[in-house]
Design a protein around this ligand. Structure first.
Ligand code: SAM
Ligand code: SF4
Length: 481
């Protein structure tokens, strides 16, 4: 069954959007907001960091299946690694990531011990596939690791895998934890790119979302990182948060841009208090509704464009010299579990609690709970608890959705030919696109579909027209804006 737009799973937004919680002074008032926005604004759809989305994973895949796939990996092809560190010093009230707060080092230490065992097992089970294309540490806040732990982690990677042709070693950082000593260790360890969570520079917004840091603190972090030889710096910004306005978000975008980051991710706040209970606290404030949030997104986008950033996909901005811009220009832009990337490796192995591995034919997800994860590793050596064996139709639809998410356009005929599917398979999806075409959100030329750039935030809803997976009611799917 195709999710026609009218039957998109609005469940979640209906769950989360109580009329009292959201305020939309911009509904119908803004010149830029057109009736066509009403076709998608406020609707829920997956972020399509994979297709099928993780919400469609099943519990019938085991560590044995994963082991079999690891053993069969080709020695010629490089793989990428993602390591998840699910700890932060304090939980930010908006946070939707898989993480837990801790002030102690012990839980982090115990967890890292398990991660080292998993890495060792992966290296033993895939002995021929050691060449690493991209290495990414995400979280949580990986820089909660002590300097010694950071050194040990990278050292262990270098011993177990071949990093000699690795294009990028990236790490997500909580800027509030960055010190001169930490920046030096990261530089010496060979980290080439870091992403700093910023979200917003406005003090009232920061106070409301429980995440306070000054502009000077971020400026100093950037200075320390650059001084340590880390040249590539990304920022995360967010809109749709309490106390924000288009003007305040535009000011944040300008301040962020003044620190000359290489990339900026501009995320819509995903409010899912039924899954992330701590987010409920934010309902004491009035949360911006979809029209207000879209006005914020457009205000920030205008600033970033004016400051010379190139728009990448639906929510990224990069300097013209950045590798993401080059990937866009050369048709090599991809989307994986970390978002937009220039990593073209077809195998990504996820390490740590909740991490997802992706191979040509499978997705495997590790146990999400930290204790479950540790038990799985000690009992089975690996921690797979769910995943998916991709059918040929899944791969076909994944190609369509990937192309749409990366280029905001798709040549359906080409993808049908490549995957050996008839265009008639897409009849229902094409019918579901008609209202979008009539409203001028997309242009159709035969089987070529193009989303107009001004409407790029509609891409998740457009992509969902090609999504035949079933999402159950418990799984988190957030509002697109
Ligand atoms: C792992 S954090 C970044 C590193 C570090 N933990 C920090 O916050 O500075 C990843 C990013 O996800 C984004 N994020 C977290 N919760 C979100 C939510 N509910 N909706 C949208 N984006 C969210 C934020 O922009 C955040 O910076
Ligand atoms: S936003 Fe970053 S620092 Fe804050 S709780 Fe989430 S992962 Fe941790």
């Amino acid at each position: 069954m195709v999710h026609a737009v009218a039957s998109l799973p609005l469940q979640e937004s209906e769950d989360i959007v109580s009329d009292e919680a959201f305020f939309d002074p911009f509904a119908g008032l803004l010149g830029q907001n057109t009736p066509s926005d009403d076709l998608w604004l406020g609707k829920a759809a997956p972020r399509y960091t994979s297709y099928p989305p993780a919400t469609a994973f099943q519990e019938d895949l085991t560590t044995e299946n994963y082991r079999g796939v690891l053993e069969g990996l080709s020695p010629e092809e490089p793989i990428s690694l993602y390591v998840h560190i699910p700890f932060c010093q304090k939980l930010c009230l908006y946070c939707g990531c898989h993480t837990s707060p801790t002030q102690q080092h012990d839980p982090v230490d115990r967890y890292l011990h398990t991660v080292h065992r998993e890495l060792e097992n992966l290296a033993t089970m895939s002995p021929r596939s050691r060449r690493i294309s991209h290495l990414h540490f995400g979280g949580g806040s990986p820089n909660i690791m002590s300097e010694k732990d950071l050194g040990l982690m990278i050292g262990a990677m270098a011993r177990r895998f071949d990093l000699s042709s690795t294009q990028e070693i990236a790490m997500e950082l909580d800027p509030r934890l960055i010190t001169k000593a930490q920046a030096r260790v990261l530089g010496m360890a060979g980290i080439t790119r870091v992403s700093l969570g910023i979200q917003d520079f406005d003090e009232d917004v920061q106070e409301a979302i429980g995440r306070v840091h000054s502009f000077e603190q971020i400026a100093k972090s950037c200075y320390l990182l650059r001084e340590a030889g880390i040249e590539k710096i990304n920022f995360d910004l967010m809109y749709g948060l309490p106390k924000q306005s288009p003007l305040s978000v535009a000011k944040t975008a300008r301040l962020a841009s003044s620190l000359t980051p290489d990339r900026i991710a501009l995320f819509p706040y995903a409010h899912m208090p039924h899954v992330k209970k701590h987010q409920k606290v934010l309902e004491q404030f009035v949360l911006p509704g979809p029209h207000a949030a879209l006005a914020m997104e457009r205000a920030a986008r205008a600033i970033l464009r004016e400051d010379g950033f190139i728009e990448i996909g639906m929510d990224h901005f990069a300097r013209p010299s950045d590798s993401l811009t080059k990937a866009k220009e050369t048709g090599k832009l991809r989307r994986n579990f970390q978002g937009y990337t220039d990593d073209t490796a077809s195998t990504l192995l996820g390490v740590g609690a909740s991490s997802i591995s992706q191979t040509t034919d499978f997705y495997f997800q590790n146990a999400c709970d930290i204790d479950d994860y540790a038990q799985h590793i000690s009992k089975h050596g690996l921690a797979t608890t769910r995943g998916l064996h991709l059918s040929s139709e899944d791969k076909f639809r994944a190609d369509i959705i990937q192309e749409l998410m990366c280029t905001l356009s798709v040549n359906l005929e080409k993808i049908c030919t490549k995957n050996n599917f008839s265009v008639s398979t897409l009849a229902e999806s094409l019918e579901a696109l008609e209202p979008f075409e009539k409203a001028g959100l997309i242009q159709r030329d035969g089987y070529k579909i193009k989303l107009l750039t001004a409407h790029r935030m509609a891409v998740r809803v457009i992509a969902s027209v090609f999504d035949t997976t079933q999402h159950d009611d418990k799984t988190p799917v957030s509002r697109t804006v």
